[in-house]
Design a protein around this ligand. Structure first.
Ligand SMILES: *Cc1c(COP(=O)(O)O)cnc(C)c1O
Length: 410
């Protein structure tokens, strides 16, 4: 099975399902009975692959994990309750008080908040650099750096760093590169090939099949030797390459209770089956919308890595094989023209989510980033004149007509 969609449809846990069900059912159970005390002991010790409690493993969740392992080419996968759980669990597993991570100010808003407001008081130092500048990344690394962290396309600045280059810098200094690949997914960007150590996904987005449920994914690509990670070195001596995912499952993930609900795992397995088709359509729609807006006199500028005038176009084209994702931003005259455009739309919906089946629009400056000062927003390149649009999978003529009508009077 070579094709992505073939694997998405037929992959998953091997072997017959108990009742021969063609689709892995929702195992809405917490506990699992074992035939004897010894079996339970072996399962607890991780010496027998069996379920003991659904906060640690669950058959429906495991099916989703196996599907994603097959699709990403990763070595091991852990499904969690949300994209933020994937990010927080990963940083909690890799870093400790007094350690630092090197990242960019161009990050998903809640990720910045996690680093600055939640984890910094526990002693995490966050070093912000321009991840598209290899020298700056190199200089920020020291003996206490536990991870380099970036987004494959930053949301909403739509900046694209050369992941292979950053991964190489990390490998040279024994620091793993963690990439939030939510906007591209393994369908558009195989991070293992770029030397990325850990890939994170908010499966709430493209994977869920149309904003059906929250979920997150942590993928260990198997490219990093965990003996070099101070928090995991001891585990690496015991369990080898499974030190990161195994360590999460036996500690941070288990202890934070970041488990994915079986029903959400079921919805997301279903979503994965059609993900390739939906991404094709969403990327094609985004490209059409970007080109349309770029020509429109009321639009000051359009930001989309698929447009040849984007400073990230060449890197994106090389890295993502000719597709550029479903998100674009554009600038109007001022904030009030942004608001009035939003209020006139009839097909495009006003909501904070991305990679939904529906095309969505949002004014990031007054919403996701509202908690930051104007100065902070400026540093994050969040402009009051900017709208973010996430292209859905509707018929493109309907979206373009909606924009045309709304821009006429904007
Ligand atoms: C949405 C999003 C997240 C957070 O995911 P949730 O599932 O909402 O917790 C993280 N990173 C990126 C890039 C996102 O778009």
């Amino acid at each position: 099975m070579k094709g992505f969609t073939t694997r998405a449809i037929h992959g998953g846990m091997p072997g017959p399902e108990a009742h021969g069900a063609l689709r892995t059912p929702v195992y809405d159970t917490v506990a699992y009975e074992h035939e004897d005390a010894r079996s339970l002991q072996l399962a607890f010790e991780g010496r027998k692959p069996a379920h003991v409690y659904s906060r640690i493993t669950n058959p429906t969740v495991q099916d989703l994990e196996q599907k994603l392992r097959l699709l990403s080419g990763g070595m091991a996968v852990l499904a969690v309750s949300s994209g933020m759980a994937a990010i927080s669990n990963t940083v909690l597993a890799l870093a400790e008080a007094g350690a630092n991570i090197v990242t960019s100010r161009h990050l998903f808003g809640n990720t910045i908040s996690l680093f600055e407001k939640t984890l910094a008081p526990w002693g995490l130092e966050v070093r912000y650099v321009d991840m598209t500048d290899p020298d700056a990344v190199e200089q920020a690394i020291d003996a206490n750096t536990r991870a380099l962290y970036l987004e494959s396309i930053t949301n909403p600045q739509l900046e694209v760093a050369d992941c292979a280059l950053v991964a190489e810098i990390g490998t040279g200094r024994n620091v793993p590169l963690v990439v939030d690949n939510t906007l591209m997914t393994p369908y558009l960007f195989a991070t293992a090939g770029a030397g990325v150590a850990v890939e994170l996904l908010s499966s709430t987005k493209y994977i869920s099949g149309g904003a059906t449920s929250l979920g997150g994914i942590i993928i260990d690509n198997g490219t990093f030797d965990w003996h070099h990670a101070p928090r995991l070195a001891e585990g690496a001596r015991r369990t080898g390459p499974m030190a990161f995912i195994g360590g999460l499952r036996q500690e941070v993930y288990r202890d934070t209770g970041a488990c994915l609900a079986p029903h959400n795992a079921y919805l997301q397995s279903l979503g994965l089956e059609t993900m390739g088709l939906r991404i094709d359509r969403s990327c094609a729609n985004a490209m059409r919308i970007a080109r349309y807006l770029a020509e429109h006199p009321a639009v000051r500028s359009v930001h989309y890595p698929g447009l040849p005038d984007s400073p990230f176009h060449d890197t994106a084209r090389r890295q993502f094989g000719g597709r550029f994702g479903g998100i674009l931003t554009f600038d109007l005259e001022d904030r009030s023209s942004c608001f009035s455009l939003m209020d006139r739309l009839r097909v495009i919906r006003r909501a904070t989510n991305i990679n939904d089946n529906k095309t969505l629009i949002l004014h990031p400056h007054s919403t996701i980033f509202a908690e930051y000062t104007d100065g902070e927003k400026k540093a994050m390149d969040i402009r009051p004149t900017m709208l973010r649009l996430s292209a859905g999978i509707e018929d493109h003529d309907d979206i373009l007509e909606d924009l045309e009508e709304a821009l006429k009077t904007a």
